[in-house]
Design a protein around this ligand. Structure first.
Ligand SMILES: [Zn+2]
Length: 490
């Protein structure tokens, strides 16, 4: 047996001015055999494909693996480059392949396409036909269009946010591929969209009601005849026609059961729409920072400030407030500012620097903040992720500098990354637990570690690029009936 594998993922913020181009992807893209070498043993969907296939002695034909993050619309140039690569390679090997495993996202938007994922699978179908099984893994934050189910044999979403189950999702898809090819099952897929989109900060599956929806999903997975179940919470900052949540069930040739499960989970999400779209525990930046400073005085572990709206990693609303309110022993890890790193490198460890940092994109970023600080560390910020999410993946922050500016420890990086675990401290000789306040710009992924490391999580809704309040954006492509954008319920 021989299976083709490929991955291409991006979470597109269509409101973000500018584009994400080929060079942005190529910095981290893998091609050919490199895909196997670099992804084997990692907590990624492709890592999960490789794990099952190597265990079962299945030959792999790797094409490419292109991870991406939440940034501006993907250029046609970048998109066509990878889709053409997949088409060319799968076409060349079509005769020798039994199936294809794809690791996609579900919220990629290009200059020409609102629904890139359906188009990717359709383009691959053009060269391999409709007989060959194609199993697709997707991110829990995908905006899934029902037409994807006409192209893919079955789809599999991460069931956890934090996405600590990416490899497991790849394993679910690979196992289903094998039982399909062995003739043990005939997968049938159904989808239901409740007409609801969830700002990512409310999609944490360790917190109710998202937690309860996943528990219901688990119950359904035990039902006889069920192959797999996914709930996609959608991505709120992609202005696309298929925006919003989807419940998807895969059964063994039982369309009625698949639809019943999808309908049930969609109904449960709809009933919880208010909490899923506007949690009551959001603080303004001023309030949240004041609360963190007050609580930190009595806490035995760090207070975590979640600045969830920041997608560039360099918005300055929280930093400015920490400095203004005189926060002490606070940490701001993974703060994106390549220019400031260069100034620190030049100054050298132990010396004072005067910097204007952050606010580099000019879009909802708060503008630069002037800081005077002492350089504590400079060097290469490259390490292997200790997990749980992305375990085994190489993380590259590029040239990195750490400064102490008044009471705030700031880690300046050349490439963007969000604090999801303790690595940005431990790999640089620090410990998260030694700080009183820690700021993270991760949305839910940090919870896998910081629900334990932190005493309390304070969520601030800074203006940022992706705030919880969606009414600040002018959506043009969202059809009627998507709560809370185009559907209101009295
Ligand atoms: Zn996600």
């Amino acid at each position: 047996m021989r299976l083709g594998i490929a991955g291409f993922r991006h979470e597109t913020i269509t409101f973000w001015p500018g584009f994400t181009d080929l060079e942005d992807f190529e910095r981290v893209a893998l091609h050919g055999e490199e895909v196997i070498e670099k992804r084997r043993g990692t907590n990624t969907a492709v890592g999960g494909f490789i794990d099952i296939c190597e265990r079962e002695g299945i030959e792999l034909f790797p094409v490419c693996e292109v991870p991406g993050w939440a940034t501006a619309t993907v250029t046609d140039r970048a998109y066509n480059f990878y889709v053409n690569e997949m088409k060319r390679e799968f076409s060349r090997e079509a005769e020798n392949l039994d199936g294809i495993l794809l690791a996609l996202h579900g919220a990629m938007v290009t200059e020409s396409l609102q629904d890139a994922e359906t188009h990717i699978v359709r383009e691959i179908r053009r060269v391999v036909g409709y007989e060959m099984p194609i199993m697709v893994t997707l991110d829990l934050h995908g905006n899934i269009d029902p037409s994807l189910l006409d192209e893919a044999t079955a789809i599999f979403g991460y069931q956890s946010s934090p996405h600590v189950d990416m490899a497991e999702t790849g394993r679910r898809a690979a196992r289903t591929m094998l039982s399909t090819l062995n003739g043990e099952i005939k997968p049938i897929t159904a989808i239901k969209k409740p007409g609801l989109v969830v700002p990512s900060v409310f999609s944490a599956t360790t917190v109710s009601p998202a937690k309860d929806i996943i528990e219901r999903l688990r119950e359904w997975e035990k039902h006889p005849g069920v192959v797999d179940v996914s709930v996609f919470f959608g991505f709120a900052w992609s202005d696309v026609h298929q925006i919003g949540m989807s419940a998807v069930a895969v059964t063994d040739n039982d369309p009625e059961l698949a639809q019943r499960i999808a309908d049930d989970l969609a109904q449960m999400a709809w009933e919880n729409r208010e909490v899923l779209t506007g949690g009551k525990n959001l603080h303004s930046v001023k309030e949240g920072v004041a609360l963190a400073i007050k609580k930190a005085k009595r806490a035995s572990k760090p207070i975590i400030i979640l600045d969830h709206a920041d997608r560039t990693g360099d918005t300055t609303f929280v930093l400015r407030e920490l400095l203004d309110q005189g926060a002490q022993n606070a940490a701001l890890p993974c703060f994106f500012d390549p220019r400031a790193v260069k100034v620190c490198e030049k100054a050298g460890v132990g010396n004072e620097v005067e910097l204007e940092i952050g606010g580099s994109t000019g879009w909802r970023d708060g503008g630069p903040v002037r800081v005077n600080g002492k350089v504590l560390w400079v060097g290469e910020g490259r390490y292997i992720c200790s997990g749980p999410m992305w375990k085994g993946m190489e993380i590259n922050l590029g040239p990195t500098a750490i400064i102490k500016a008044e009471g705030v420890w700031i880690q300046l990086t050349t490439y963007q990354h969000a604090l999801i675990n303790e690595d940005p401290f431990t790999k640089f000789g620090y410990r998260a637990e030694d700080f009183d306040i820690i700021v993270t710009k991760s949305k839910t992924h940090f919870r896998a570690v910081y629900e334990k490391v932190g005493e309390e999580i304070i969520i601030v809704d800074a203006p940022g690029q992706c705030p919880a309040d969606l009414s600040v954006f002018n959506y043009k492509n969202v059809p009627p009936g998507v709560y809370p954008i185009t559907r209101t319920v009295s």
